[in-house]
Design a protein around this ligand. Structure first.
Ligand code: PLP
Length: 385
């Protein structure tokens, strides 16, 4: 089977892990954690970064750090991995789900601005969501597939309404928005994931990047059990969410190759696009004018009325041929924990997600393997199967 997306572990990972073992620094304190945080900050274009046990835990602590409270509302796109919405739930808040924009598959700021103008009111200095009577405290844009959301528009809305912005940039390290790096777009904190299926992995892990030193310090404190001094004093009911030196050792070896990995992802995406651009009834994954995508995943989406059936049939055929092809995130309003979450109309998300086919895109995918994928897909469309 040609796998969908597997880690490329062929650099200094083993060497750095051996250093951890020899030095006995295997836990949350160690030189690789510090080095990893510097590398992530640099790749994000941010002043600093703090590493965590996972992307999900980073998002949870980030929401708490910026001031999201129990019973708040946090705005996020319906089309995301469930971890984004779960992090909001873990903070005691409720996601307000929004549709995405066709050109980027990221949260549509026009819809957000419209719903905020019509569905909220100011009460005692707070922005209240009229339908639920709850306070709205933050926006959580997601950089779908490694594509930055339209951050100028989103930051503008956040300023107008006094909202914090925490970005889920899980797979967006290496992405560009209007010439700027993904962690330098005006958000309070930007999260990255180093899970095994991301472009760079630490085996598991996450990080936030940002420019506000005080906020990063608060985040670090919250993820390190809120410890004060060395005598078991803690000043807040905090989290144990730090990354270990073992994870960071793998992460550092991977980060050394970030530019090559992103270039490989973009090359793979471009080859699929060249091969499939003139097939009727499908759209390649988007790249809006404002963005250089980190191209985490490759593939396309059927867009006609039978998109769901056709994408299912093609994915099944590819797997029979030894090619792993999968669907993409099932949106949050179709997930049991979020059936009742408040939401905007979802014409784009509902149209989009059933038709998505993701294709093999590991950074070390061989050209001959990609040729086989392309040929098998083209033959299916031409009826030779
Ligand atoms: C992978 C991913 C996460 C979760 O990250 P973990 O490190 O697995 O916790 C969150 N959001 C998005 C969009 C992701 O792709």
């Amino acid at each position: 089977m040609i796998p969908l997306c597997v880690p490329n572990i062929s650099g200094n990972e083993g060497k750095y892990l051996a250093e951890c073992v020899t030095s006995t620094f295997v836990s949350t304190i160690g030189p690789f954690v510090t080095r990893f945080e510097k590398m992530v900050a640099e790749a994000a274009g941010s002043r600093g970064a703090v590493a965590t046990s996972a992307g999900t835990t980073a998002l949870h602590a980030a929401l708490v750090a910026v001031g999201v409270k129990r019973d708040d509302i946090v705005i996020c796109p319906a089309l995301t991995f469930i971890a984004s919405a779960n992090a909001i739930s873990h903070a005691g808040a409720t996601p307000w789900l929004f549709d995405v924009d066709w050109s980027s598959w990221t949260i549509d700021p026009i819809v957000v601005a419209h719903e905020l103008a019509n569905g909220t009111e100011r009460r005692g200095g707070e922005l209240i969501h009229i339908e639920t009577g709850r306070r709205i405290s933050a926006i959580l844009p997601v950089f779908t597939l490694g594509i930055p959301a339209d951050m100028d528009a989103i930051i503008g809305i956040a300023r107008d309404y006094g909202l914090k912005v925490v970005v889920d940039g899980a797979a967006a390290l290496g992405a560009i928005y209007k010439g700027n790096m993904s962690g330098a777009l005006g958000a309070d904190l930007t999260m990255y994931s180093f899970n095994g299926n991301k472009t760079v992995t630490a085996g598991g892990g996450g990080a936030v990047a940002g420019d506000d030193e005080a906020l990063l310090t608060r985040f670090r404190h919250l993820t390190t059990t809120g410890r004060v001094g060395a005598d078991y004093d803690h000043d807040v009911a905090a989290f144990n969410y730090r990354m270990t030196n073992l994870q960071a050792a793998v992460g550092c070896a991977q980060m050394e190759r970030l530019d090559d990995f992103v270039a490989a992802k973009r090359r793979i995406a471009a080859r699929y696009e060249d091969a499939f651009w003139n097939i009727e009834g499908i759209n390649n994954f988007p790249e809006p004018d404002w963005a250089g995508s980190a191209a985490w995943f490759s593939g396309f989406a059927f867009h006609d009325d039978d998109a769901g059936e056709r994408s299912y049939a093609l994915r099944a055929h590819l797997r029979e041929e030894g090619i792993d092809a999968r669907p993409f995130w099932k949106p949050m309003h179709n997930q049991k924990p979020y059936f009742d979450a408040p939401r905007s109309p979802m014409p784009v998300t509902d149209r989009l997600w059933p038709g998505v086919v993701t294709l093999p895109c590991s950074t070390h995918l061989a050209e001959a393997e990609q040729d086989k994928v392309i040929e098998t897909v083209l033959n299916w469309f031409h009826g030779k199967h």
